[in-house]
Design a protein around this ligand. Sequence first.
Ligand code: AMP
Length: 281
Amino acid sequence: MQIIRRVSALRTAVAALKTGDKSIALVPTMGALHAGHLALVAAGKDRADHVVASIFVNPKQFGPNEDLDRYPRRETEDVAALEAAGCAIAWLPDATEMYPPCFVTSIGVGGATTILEGAARPGHFDGVATVVAKLFNQVRPDIALFGEKDYQQLAVVRRMAADLNFGIDIVGVPTVRDPDGLALSSRNVYLSAEQRRQALALPQALHDAAAALRRGASARTALAAASNAIVEGGFDSVDYVALHDAETLAPLETLSTPARLLAAARIGGTRLIDNLAVLPD
Ligand code: AMP
């Protein structure tokens, strides 16, 4: 596996990988890799000849009071994990390589970027779209893999790739969870043992809300119960628990189309997100 830190070297290395019409899969990450990230690499290996994985903690997608400075950074372990997973290239630009001092461009996707995560984290999706567009242009992959764990991000990237004619197939990969149901997240390392136990209230509340919706409960009732259960389970606050159309992300009052339950809640200083598919009968 090649470890590359400069765009110029990346272009040469990717061009060599593409020789003979070989296909490339891109897996963008912010590092502190876990089995969820490695599931994206595995899905990339299944679908393309070579996988390029990027690790870049993107300052543009963090708000002023968020965890950019304390976000876990574990480059040595991450590189070893990517190599063991069979990646061809680990793309590790630093912030100056990604955003030279003269950099001024921002990509705003519009649409569903102002609700849910976009409402709780203003500017977040502009930062995501800008860095993902740059990664797409740097690597020019055939496909790119994103986790359903960040369901709204997946939707925003799909929209951007289609709207801007990137010609890249965006593949969503199901959320990888610990055996007890908690979604794997690089931010789980912030949790104390007690908070880790309490964090289960989040997937449990989504699971229970999905069951209630399938039994015919209104979204209002099911979502209010889920929000209460998350707080009773030990979370300090709930940013949102919501039911949205699985494709357009339009808010839903009833389970009338394939839908997604999405939630964000805070425990201690940690903000966790999760989501679940809910299908009407
Ligand atoms: P991150 O490093 O948190 O920016 O995540 C990089 C990619 O991995 C994103 O596409 C995430 O949606 C995906 N990802 C993160 N956690 C999981 C998980 N538990 N299961 C599947 N994909 C995940």
